[in-house]
Design a binder for this molecule. Structure first.
Ligand code: ARG
Length: 574
C-alpha cells in the first residue's frame, strides 16, 4: 500500500469533486464512527457546495457519478445533507491483509522521510532520576520508535542538566568524600549524596566558599575540577542508564548532549541577539522583549538571556541548542518532550529562534508537553513520607507486584519463568498506563488499574497476544500462503481494523500522541475477540480455516509490532 486508506479515499473523492466542477475542494474523509454510516465518511461536499452556492445534495449526486471506487468499495451512499458514506469491499480488504502479511512493514506506507530530533528524558544529573522524568523518557522513546518505523531518521538528544552552580557544590563534596575514603559508597545513592552536600553547604561557610570557587574554576576550565565534575557526571549517567535498561529505553551515551555542550556558543548567541537588536540591556541583564507575549499590563514579557552577573541561563542554552539542531543536525523537525509547565519557555524560545533566524520557517519546532503524574490522593505523586519517588524503586515495585499476580495465576510455573513474565508485565504496565492517556492531562498513577487484565492496559494486550500465539501452537498443518477470504462481517471488521494500523501510526507521528496507538491496539484486540467468538478458527476446515489462521497471524504481528513501538515486551505465553 502506497497510501493509508484515508489518503486513498481522500484522493478519489477529491478527483470526483474536481470532475463535478469543484477543483481543489477538500474531501474531508474520516472514519465513519458509526456502523450505519459505513466505514468512512466524506464530508467535503457541504463545504464545496456552500462556497459555490450550490445545492449540496445535488452536488453529492454529481460527485457520486464521478466517484471511482471500483474494486475498493462495496457500497457508496449519500446521507443527510450531502455526506458520502463508504463501505469497503471484503475482497479489497482481504487483498490488503494479504499484502500486509507479505512484507515486514505490515503494509505501512513510507511518508517522505524527515530528520527528526527528539529531545527526551533530559534529567538533571545533580540528582537521581525521579518519577518526574518517567513521562518524558517513555513518551519520547515511543515517539522515536514510531518515527523510525515510519522511515524517518531520528536523532535522539538527551539534553541533560549537567551545568550550573550545583555542580560546584557537588564536586567540592566529592573531593571531601574521596579524602574520607567513602566516595564510592556515598555515590551509590545520589539523592543522599546531594542532600549531604547541601547540608555541608548550608552549615559550613568555608565549604560554601570552596563550592563557589569550584564553580568559577569549572567555568574557567580548571583541569582538576573538570576531571572531578566529569567523574560525577559519569556516575550519575550510570544511574540513568540502569533505569533506561530496566525500562527498555534505547537512549545511549552518544545521545547525551548536555547543557554544558553549548557553553562555548553562549556568548556568541547573546552577542548575535544584541547585534540583531533583539536583546537589550535591562537592569544590567540582557533581555529580549517579545511583542507576542504580553503580561497582564499589556507590556511585552521579558525573556532573559544573560543575568546581571554575566551568567547564562536555561533559555540561552536552549537557543544555542536550536542553532546546533539546525546547523549541524540539519533537522526538519524538533520535538521537545518536556513537562507542560515549561510551555511558556518553549513558546518564547521558538518565537525568538525564528526571529533570530536560528530556526528556518521550514523547520518545525514542537513542544510535546505532558501533565503531572498524580498519586491516589490527586496530588503530585510522592512517597508516603512526602519525598520524591525514585524511578529505580518504582520499577522494582512494579515487577514485584506483577510477580505476585503472575504467581497467583500460575502457582505451578517455574520461578524463572514467572520472573520473566513479571518483568514484561510490570514494566509494560507502568509504561502503557502513561502512554495510553492523552499526554496533555495529568493522570493518576494506580497500581490496581494498570495491572488489571481487563480494560485498556498492557496486561490485557499482552494476554490477547498470547491467546493468538496459543492458537498457532495448536494449529498444525495449515497453508500459510492460502488466499484470505472474508465471508462474515466479523472477519471484514477485523480486516478493516488491521488495515488502519498505518493511519494510527501516522496520527501518532503527526500529533505526537502515543495514546492514538494504544487506543488503536485496544480496538484491534477487541475486534479480534469479536471475530474469535463469531468465527471458529481451529474447528473450521480447509481453505476457510487457512484464511482465518492468516487473519490471526496478521493480528498477532500487528499487536506485536504495535507493542514494540510503544516499547512494551511481548510474550509467547503467560
Ligand atoms: N533538564 C530539564 C528538566 O529536568 C529538561 C530539559 C529539556 N530539554 C530542553 N531542551 N530544554 O526540567
Amino acid at each position: 500500500m502506497q497510501q493509508t486508506l484515508i489518503e486513498l479515499l481522500d484522493a478519489r473523492v477529491c478527483a470526483a469533486l474536481a470532475a463535478a466542477g469543484c477543483e481543489g475542494a477538500p474531501a474531508v474523509v474520516a472514519p465513519a464512527g458509526r456502523p450505519e454510516f459505513g466505514d468512512y465518511q466524506a464530508n467535503g461536499v457541504m463545504g464545496a457546495a456552500k462556497a459555490r452556492k450550490m445545492n449540496p445534495r445535488q452536488l453529492a449526486i454529481t460527485v457520486l457519478e464521478h466517484l471511482d471506487l471500483a474494486g475498493i468499495a462495496s457500497k457508496v451512499e449519500i446521507a443527510g445533507p450531502g455526506f458520502i458514506n463508504i463501505t469497503l469491499a471484503p475482497a479489497f480488504l482481504a487483498s490488503l491483509a494479504g499484502d500486509a502479511l507479505a512484507e515486514s512493514r505490515l503494509g505501512v506506507p513510507q511518508p517522505v522521510a524527515q530528520r527528526v530530533v527528539v529531545d527526551y528524558s533530559s534529567p538533571n544529573l545533580a540528582k537521581e532520576m525521579h518519577v518526574g522524568h518517567l513521562r518524558s523518557t517513555i513518551i519520547g522513546d515511543a515517539l522515536a520508535r514510531v518515527l523510525r518505523f515510519l522511515g524517518h531518521e531520528v536523532v535522539a538528544q538527551n539534553h541533560v542538566g549537567d551545568w550550573g552552580t550545583q555542580f560546584g557544590m557537588l564536586t567540592a563534596y566529592l573531593i571531601e568524600a574521596e579524602q574520607g575514603g567513602e566516595a564510592a559508597l556515598a555515590l551509590n545513592d545520589l539523592e543522599d549524596f546531594y542532600r549531604r552536600a547541601k547540608l555541608r553547604f548550608d552549615e559550613d561557610p568555608a565549604f560554601a566558599t570552596r563550592a563557589r570557587e569550584y564553580v568559577v574554576k569549572l567555568q574557567g576550565g580548571d583541569a582538576q575540577v573538570n576531571a572531578l565534575w566529569r567523574k560525577f557526571l559519569d556516575i550519575s549517567l550510570h544511574h540513568c542508564e540502569a533505569v533506561y535498561e530496566k525500562l527498555g529505553v534505547g537512549l545511549r551515551r552518544e545521545d547525551v548532549r548536555g547543557e554544558s555542550a553549548y557553553n562555548d556558543d553562549l556568548p556568541a548567541v547573546v552577542a548575535d541577539l544584541q547585534a540583531k537588536g533583539l536583546a537589550v540591556e535591562s537592569e544590567g541583564a540582557q533581555v529580549v522583549f517579545l511583542d507576542e507575549f504580553k503580561n497582564k499590563e499589556g507590556q511585552p514579557q521579558a525573556y532573559i538571556v544573560q543575568k546581571q552577573d554575566g551568567g547564562y541561563l536555561y533559555s540561552t542554552t536552549d537557543l544555542a541548542a536550536v542553532r546546533y539542531r539546525t546547523g549541524k543536525l540539519k533537522a526538519d523537525r524538533v520535538l521537545y518532550v518536556v513537562d507542560a509547565r515549561q510551555s511558556l519557555h518553549f513558546q518564547q524560545m521558538f518565537t525568538l529562534s525564528r526571529k533570530a533566524g536560528y530556526a528556518s520557517a521550514a523547520m518545525s519546532l514542537e513542544h510535546v508537553g505532558f501533565g503531572v503524574m498524580l498519586g491516589d490522593d490527586g496530588k503530585p505523586f510522592k512517597t508516603r513520607s512526602g519525598g520524591t519517588v525514585k524511578l529505580a524503586e518504582l520499577l522494582e515495585e512494579a515487577e514485584l507486584r506483577a510477580f505476585a499476580l503472575v504467581s497467583e495465576k500460575n502457582p505451578d510455573m517455574a520461578e524463572v519463568e514467572r520472573h520473566k513474565i513479571a518483568r514484561a508485565v510490570g514494566i509494560g504496565a507502568v509504561k502503557y498506563a502513561d502512554l495510553s492517556k492523552n499526554r496533555n492531562s495529568d493522570y493518576v498513577f494506580s497500581w490496581d488499574s494498570m495491572l488489571a487484565f481487563e480494560g485498556n492496559t498492557a496486561p490485557y494486550l499482552q494476554y490477547a497476544y498470547t491467546r493468538i500465539a496459543g492458537v498457532f501452537r495448536r494449529a498444525e498443518g495449515w497453508n500459510e500462503q492460502a488466499p484470505i477470504v472474508l465471508m462474515e462481517e466479523a472477519e471484514r471488521q477485523l480486516a478493516l481494523a488491521l488495515a488502519r494500523f498505518a493511519e494510527a501510526l501516522q496520527a501518532v507521528s503527526r500529533e505526537t500522541m502515543p495514546h492514538f496507538l494504544c487506543a488503536y491496539l485496544y480496538e484491534l484486540a477487541g475486534q479480534f475477540m469479536r471475530f474469535y467468538e463469531a468465527c471458529p478458527v481451529l474447528k473450521s476446515e480447509g481453505a476457510l480455516r487457512d484464511s482465518r489462521l492468516r487473519l490471526c497471524r496478521l493480528t498477532a504481528d500487528t499487536l506485536h509490532t504495535g507493542l514494540d513501538l510503544l516499547g512494551i515486551d511481548v510474550l509467547e505465553a503467560m
